[in-house]
Design a binder for this molecule. Structure first.
Ligand SMILES: CC(C)(COP(=O)(O)OP(=O)(O)OC[C@H]1O[C@@H](n2cnc3c(N)ncnc32)[C@H](O)[C@@H]1OP(=O)(O)O)[C@@H](O)C(=O)NCCC(=O)NCCS
Length: 161
């Protein structure tokens, strides 16, 4: 497996990995899957300030992870949000852990001090991954989103880089 920075050329495959999580789960709070052009726009935007990394296995993109601003006011600039998506056919092979290992060290090198992840519950895999890396729970936003016919809670976790 190779972890490398994304380019806009990866947008189609990233959109393909992301779409089922949007359509069939509450893991993402988007309601309609973004198309390739929109993901390409997001990759370009993220690369201007944070990182978007790709896990490449023998030329196939197995997953991706990226950082983004936590909040926009200036004193928040040293904090970032992180997220990752791994194609289920590659799950539980250490890809998420490797992506985050590279992402978090790169964000630290860029000067970010604190990383946050918001996890819509239940999501045992994502909670397990973040906790195994050292993220600690901050608290739970109760009924902060409505998706797939139910109120959804989001647990926030934090890692000091
Ligand atoms: C969460 C996700 C990224 C994990 O990726 P992955 O490549 O399968 O994870 P890894 O193989 O690197 O697992 C690392 C650790 O995470 C934890 N973990 C992973 N999957 C788990 C599961 N299904 N249940 C419990 N813990 C799990 C374990 O501690 C695991 O270590 P171990 O295998 O040595 O026990 C992946 O399941 C995914 O893309 N899920 C849907 C999208 C999503 O929820 N993204 C996060 C949004 S905040």
């Amino acid at each position: 497996m190779q972890i490398r920075p994304a380019t806009v050329a990866d947008a189609g495959r990233c959109a393909e990995i992301y779409a089922p999580f949007v359509t069939n789960s509450w893991v993402s709070f988007e309601l309609d899957p973004p198309n390739q052009a929109e993901i390409g726009r997001r990759i370009e935007q993220v690369l201007s300030s944070h990182d978007w990394l790709i896990a490449d296995i023998d030329g196939e993109i197995a997953g991706y992870a990226y950082g983004s601003p936590h909040r926009t006011r200036e004193a928040y600039q040293s904090s970032c949000d992180v997220a990752l998506y791994v194609d289920p056919k590659f799950s539980r092979r250490g890809i998420g852990r490797s992506l985050y290992g590279s992402l978090l060290s790169s964000l630290k090198e860029r000067g970010f001090h604190s990383a946050f992840a918001g996890i819509a519950l239940p999501n045992e895999a994502s909670l397990g991954l973040h906790q195994s890396i050292g993220f600690a729970s901050v608290g739970i936003y109760r009924e902060v989103g409505w998706k797939m016919g139910a109120w959804r809670d989001v647990q926030w976790l934090q890692l000091l880089l």
